[in-house]
Design a protein around this ligand. Structure first.
Ligand code: PLP
Length: 392
């Protein structure tokens, strides 16, 4: 018999992808340049030249070696490269044994949640949040507990989080720079979270992990992103090169279980077990080898900074309200009516694709992804203008 939950998930896919699929059809219908698809976080910035050079170099390797299986957690040399990189950048004594290479941040998150929860546990997310957090939590038989971020500055609301933690709490997921809001949690905010969770761990007598989902770590417009594992020992980092090196379709990322944990080796072993149980073994091998050599390549943040300036200047002129992003490449824009889905539908009528906030756990906003070309942002202004006019 078909699994009802899976059927439901299949029939009602992620709202971002629904809009993205609509955009592809619409582009085929009226021409690519006439659709302002600000739905998905698919970087338009090309991957650095170094990636192409590495791929060409790899094509010279014997195919049976190049395409062969690696160990479930990935090539020892690639895991070592990740550990060395973490040590160099954040001063943490990271070891390769605590690194598990994955098919992007998605696999990293699913594996992590499966590794450190038991059915009936609770996982806390901070709203607005990346919609797949709810799916991954519920897939592990856990309950997703939504705690709103502070509405004035979109920092973690430590008092609200404290009130949400209980004996069933297994983890708190944080995402900074944040999708969809673009906020970066300050070091003080992370330190406060760490202190609160440490007190709760002592009181409740079990670990409460921070799952730090970091695919946008390098995409910042000034502020530093604190490395949570330096402040809280029970931290697990989920990372992806989808955004930093513009490799979203290649499916490559990692899990890093902090070496500072009391039971670090056991948690890493549970990660290995969850990878096995979920079938997430041996991340795409060609890109394990690419990453091993390209890990230090810089991210092209300037292009996103220019897009951010273009979009915000245009929306300022039209009188939209939005949250100024400090990182990532999304703009959180206030919908011009209470129903964000209705607002998104109105935008769609102008071929402007904006994701309604409901799937992110809040009402009344839309997310505009500005990792598109600068041309697309400039051209989208007439659609934003027409959309505004609909409400006047
Ligand atoms: N986490 C967040 C916050 C994201 O925005 C995304 C992708 O957009 C992911 C995880 C998934 O990343 P990946 O494509 O590497 O699976």
């Amino acid at each position: 018999m078909i699994n009802e939950r899976m059927l439901g998930l299949g029939k009602q896919p992620n709202p971002i992808r629904v809009l993205y699929a609509y955009g592809l059809d619409r582009k085929a219908e009226i021409g690519e340049e006439n659709v302002y698809d600000l739905s998905i976080g698919n970087p338009s910035i090309p991957a650095p030249d170094g990636v192409k050079e590495r791929i060409l170099e790899l094509l010279e390797e014997p195919p049976e070696v190049l395409h062969g299986y690696t160990m479930a957690a990935g090539l020892a040399s690639a895991r070592q490269a990740v550990a060395d990189n973490l040590k160099k950048r954040f001063g943490i004594d990271a070891t390769a044994g605590q690194v598990y290479l994955t098919a992007g941040a998605t696999a990293a998150l699913y594996i992590t949640v499966a590794a450190i929860t038991n059915p009936g546990d609770e996982v806390i997310v901070n709203a607005p949040y990346f919609p797949e957090y709810k799916v991954m939590t519920e897939s592990a038989g856990c309950t997703c507990i939504e705690v709103p971020m502070r509405p004035d500055d979109f920092q973690l609301d430590i008092d609200a989080l404290r009130a949400a933690v209980n004996e069933r709490t297994a983890a708190v997921v944080i995402n900074s720079p944040n999708n969809p809001v673009g906020c970066i949690y300050t070091q003080q905010n992370i330190e406060e979270l760490s202190t609160m969770l440490s007190e709760k761990e002592a009181e409740l007598g079990h670990p409460i992990y921070i799952i730090s989902d970091e695919p946008y770590r390098e995409i910042t417009y000034g502020d530093e992103v604190p490395f949570t594992a330096n402040f809280y020992k029970d931290t697990i980092v989920c990372y992806s090169w989808a955004k930093s090196l513009s490799l979203p379709g290649e499916r490559i990322g990692y899990i890093y279980v902090s070496d500072n944990m009391d039971n670090a080796a056991d948690v890493a072993a549970a990660v290995g077990g969850a990878g096995r149980a979920l079938g997430f073994i041996c991340a795409p091998v060609m890109f394990q080898r690419v990453i091993e050599k390209c890990i230090e390549l810089p991210t092209n943040v300037e292009a996103y900074a220019e897009n951010r300036a273009l979009l915000t200047a245009g929306l300022d002129e039209l009188g939209y309200t939005y949250i100024q992003p400090d990182g990532a490449f999304y703009l959180w824009v206030k919908a011009l009516e209470e129903d964000a889905c209705a607002f998104s539908d109105r935008a769609k009528a102008h071929d402007l694709l904006l994701v309604p906030s409901d799937g992110f756990g809040v009402k009344g906003w839309v997310r505009a992804s500005y990792c598109v070309s600068a041309e697309c942002i400039k051209n989208s202004m007439k659609a934003w203008k027409a959309l505004k006019a609909d409400y006047e």
